[in-house]
Ligand binder design. Structure first.
Ligand SMILES: *Cc1c(COP(=O)(O)O)cnc(C)c1O
Length: 366
């Protein structure tokens, strides 16, 4: 059984070890370690992969969200709609700009935002909606983009869990005005450390984010734009990402196969499985729901199966923010936070261990 871990990054890199060594060796012998030819090449290759014209590499996914907001001129006095069930990343980015997060509830089945749920939170101060494609499942982008045009706000996609997903033949990251990606090692496309990027078709926005990621520089040592900082990407990370990008679609295919195997074999009255069909799901996580989560976690742990909870606490319930949102309640998000349970789902897991895990769950008593 290799369900004893949530991820196997050693196994993930084993098959491409030589290619990675060559890429990293190239960086070492070149002696140029930050924001050089590997970063530039990765930006071009990833923009092409997403089907957009610009990609701006940054230090991590949270910076990608924050610098997208700053690049659009969003800050104090503005409202940004986001969801409360996606790990605090978007909320942290919104708060860092001085803008106010406004929480929309999520669809009870997909756990993502919808146009109707976003519309319920729109006000005269709404400047943007951050749409998180949670667990690898894309939110309904056509409807959300139509609402954005109607109401006059922009959409920023959070694609940190959805690299390579396709809706109506269009990639995650090619729908919004901007799209933030994280390449944290456990993501569908992961570096060997922190890395992130913004994808966009807006050349002015891309240029502004290029300034913001390096102190607001227009040219070296000439800071022209307020709100800049150091959010550079390393050459080593870019070189690794260039190797791995070529495998992303096949890894996503394998992730889907794993998720489909779980969905096919799990059958327990108290355990609800997610929808696994469609190219707009890249199985970043396979998340079931049960009202008896603690008991199921214990059963799986006793049987050597690793689990995790994404995420146990909603953003507006975090201790660091609690006093700021005392009256906020989002019923679907609150129920989901008590019930979600992630099972091991990564490209290298064997289908026999997935079936063994399902058998353990199916035998679970009352
Ligand atoms: C991982 C993640 C991020 C943040 O990315 P970092 O690179 O860790 O800063 C943002 N949003 C979502 C949905 C994520 O899963």
């Amino acid at each position: 059984m290799n369900t004893g871990v949530m991820n196997d990054l050693r196994g993930h890199h084993r098959a491409i070890g030589e290619e990675l060594q060559v890429a990293m060796g190239r960086v070492l012998s070149r002696g140029w370690f930050s924001m050089g030819p590997e970063v530039e090449a990765f930006e071009d290759e990833f923009a092409a992969f997403c089907g957009v014209t610009h990609c701006v590499a940054v230090a991590n996914g949270t910076d990608a969200l924050e610098l997208s907001l700053r690049g659009l001129g969003i800050g104090a006095g503005d409202e940004v709609i986001t969801v409360p069930n996606a790990g605090m990343y978007s909320t942290a980015a919104i708060l860092a700009t001085g803008a106010t997060p406004v929480f929309a509830d999520v669809d009870p089945r997909t756990l993502t935002i919808t146009a109707a749920l976003a519309r319920a939170q729109v006000s005269a101060r709404t400047r943007a909606v951050i749409v998180t494609h949670l667990f690898g499942r894309m939110a309904p982008m056509k409807e959300l983009c139509a609402l954005a045009r109607l109401e006059g706000f922009v959409i920023i996609e959070d694609c940190a869990q959805a690299h390579g997903a396709l809706q109506g033949g269009v990639r995650a990251g090619a729908w919004g005005t901007a799209a933030a990606f994280s390449f944290y090692p456990t993501k569908n496309l992961g570096a060997v450390g922190d890395a992130g990027a913004v994808a966009t078709r807006d050349s002015d926005l891309a240029a502004q984010i290029r300034r913001l990621r390096q102190y607001g520089w227009e040219q070296k040592y000439h800071s022209m734009v307020p709100g800049g900082r150091n959010s550079r990407l390393d050459e080593l990370q870019a070189a690794v990402l260039r190797v791995k990008l070529a495998y992303l679609d096949q890894w996503n295919q394998r992730r889907r196969r794993v998720a489909a195997c779980y969905a096919e074999h799990l059958s327990h009255a108290d355990v609800a499985t997610p929808t696994v069909e469609g190219d707009d799901y890249v199985a970043h996580l396979f998340v079931v729901r049960t009202a008896r989560r603690a008991a199921l976690r214990k059963l799986l742990s006793d049987n050597g199966v690793a689990t995790d909870v994404h995420y146990p606490r909603l953003d507006y319930e975090q201790s660091s923010l609690k006093s700021a949102f005392p009256a906020v309640h989002r019923a679907n998000s609150e129920l989901a936070a008590r019930e979600v349970l992630s099972l091991p789902c990564y490209p290298e897991i064997s289908l026999s261990s997935v079936r063994a895990c399902c058998a353990v769950i199916n035998r679970w008593g009352g």
